[in-house]
Structure formats: C-alpha cells, structure tokens
Design a protein around this ligand. Structure first.
Ligand SMILES: C[S@@+](CC[C@H](N)C(=O)[O-])C[C@H]1O[C@@H](n2cnc3c(N)ncnc32)[C@H](O)[C@@H]1O
Ligand SMILES: O=C(O)C(=O)C[C@]1(C(=O)O)C=C[C@@H](O)C=C1
Length: 246
C-alpha cells in the first residue's frame, strides 16, 4: 500500500469555504490514517470480524462488505481465515476507493476469492450471503433510504447469517450526547488533530454523515426482520451491532 502512509492534513489550513465531505482522491490518499485517527475502536472492530466469522460464517459463504473503502475488512478477514473459508465482495460508490481497494487486495491476499464492485449498495442486485458488513457506511445514506436497504439485506442473508453494523451514533439524551461529542473531540486532539481541523471536518460532514441513535438502529433491524440484535462494541459515540437472521 504505497500511499497508505499519507497523513491526513485535509482540514489543517483555513478554508474560505468548507466543501461537503466526499470520498474523492484527496481523501483516498490519506484514508487509512484518517479513519485510524478519527474512529475510536476502528482497529479493534476490524480485529474481531474474523473472530465473529469463525463462529457464525458457514464455510465458503459469501461476505458482502458494503462501503468497503480500501477493503480493510477484507484484509482483516483474509488475515485470519483460510482462502476456502469465504468469498468476499466489497462494494463502494467511489471509483477512487474501488481502484485502490482492488490493487491492495490483489497484492496482499492473492489466494483468497476477493472481488470489489463499483456500485450503489441501495440498488445492488444481492446474491445470498452468510455475512454482511456495514462498517461506517449506513451513516452516509440519506435517512429515508436506510429502512429499505436494511430490509433488502435481511432478505439477502442466508438463515443463520449475521449482519455487522458499525456506526457513529447519537445518544438520545442531549446531555449524554454532548459529553460523548466533547470527549470525541478530545480523542481527536489526542490523536494530533487541531481545533481548526476538528471544526472544519465537522462542517464538511454536516448533513453528509447523519448519525442515528442505538435505539433507532435496533428498531430498524427488528423492523427489517432480524430476530435479534445486540450492541457488542462501544467506544464514545461509535458503536458496532450484530444482528442475527433465524
Ligand atoms: C467511512 S467509509 C467506510 C469505511 C470502511 N468500511 C472501512 O472499514 O474501512 C464509507 C464508505 O461508504 C461509501 N459509500 C457511501 N455511500 C455509498 C453507497 N450508496 N453505495 C456504496 N458505497 C457508498 C463511501 O464511498 C466510503 O468509501
Ligand atoms: O471525523 C469524524 O468526525 C468522523 O465521523 C469519522 C469518519 C466516520 O465516522 O466515517 C468520517 C469520515 C471519514 O470517512 C472517516 C471517519
């Protein structure tokens, strides 16, 4: 991964006008650094995917990674599971992400069955899958599109299949939410981001990344048909849920 070491400095100088955040070439070039310094628990969540797959994934089943970015989840799974254990399909809307993901996965795990598709996860023609990953992707869809997607994913899962949903969350209680957001900004400062970077990124993400509450996520999963869901990880205002299809 030749460019993976670029440090995220996108919002480090004052911008006349902060544009809406998008997954363009500039973001792709520093994405591994950006996500590692911006998402509390990102590495821990990735590290558990293989462990969860070992318990829940039928041998040889398909894994969809929706909004796969650079394919970090595919790499994590391939690092733990043998090639015959799963068939990975990453999907992303950003052409820059897709081409870098293909390069990385082809060179890092040539033995595994891996493909990366450029497409919109809202309209993709899903094939049956044993595991579906949505790591920090649902939050970027317009809220009105989220229920229908979740119903389609429930339909695509095989009986016994699982969905992993990792998201930035909003606490239902205003005071609790304010505390979590303030400590999240402290977390970013501790990871080397300046106040200017934190505030310009916040502006860029406004109305682009729209977080739901944990309660709303669990209610949506139930409504989509999942018999059970639980929050298995939380670190400040970031969480990961698992939902089970009977
Ligand atoms: C925060 S990143 C996901 C990080 C990634 N899952 C990981 O673990 O490294 C969100 C990704 O979702 C993609 N995305 C957003 N909306 C999408 C859509 N409708 N269809 C497919 N991909 C989408 C973006 O291009 C971006 O790469
Ligand atoms: O920087 C933030 O405020 C974030 O919410 C982090 C976050 C995310 O959660 O998806 C936002 C954009 C980038 O894709 C990477 C991480």
């Amino acid at each position: 991964m030749s460019d993976a070491s670029y440090r995220d400095a996108i919002f480090s100088t004052p911008l006349d006008r902060v544009a809406r955040f998008s997954f363009d070439e500039q973001v792709v070039a520093c994405f591994p650094d950006m996500i590692r310094r911006s998402v509390p628990g990102y590495g821990q969540i990735l590290g558990m995917l293989g462990v969860i797959a070992e318990r829940h994934l039928r041998h040889g089943a398909r894994v969809y990674d929706l909004g796969c970015s650079l394919g970090a989840a595919g790499l994590a799974l391939a690092g733990r599971l043998p090639p015959a254990a799963f068939d990975y399909t990453g999907v992303d809307l950003s052409p820059a992400m897709v081409s870098r993901a293909r390069e990385t996965l082809d060179s890092e795990c040539p033995e595994h069955a891996i493909s990366v598709v450029e497409g919109d996860i809202r309209t993709l023609d899903y094939r049956p899958a044993g595991m579906i990953l949505l790591n920090f992707t649902l939050q970027f869809l317009p809220p009105a599109d989220r229920d229908a997607l979740m119903r389609r994913l429930h339909e695509a899962l095989e009986p016994g299949g699982v969905l992993i949903l990792s998201e930035k969350i909003r606490a239902a209680d205003e005071q609790e939410n304010a505390w979590l957001v303030e400590r999240y900004h402290d977390f970013k400062r501790a990871n080397g981001y300046s106040d200017l970077e934190i505030s310009q990124k916040r502006t860029a993400l406004e109305n682009v990344l729209i977080p739901d509450s944990l309660e709303a996520h669990h209610a949506r999963l139930a409504e989509a048909g999942f018999s059970r869901s639980l929050t298995w990880f939380q670190f400040l205002n970031f969480a990961s849920l698992i939902a089970f299809k009977e």
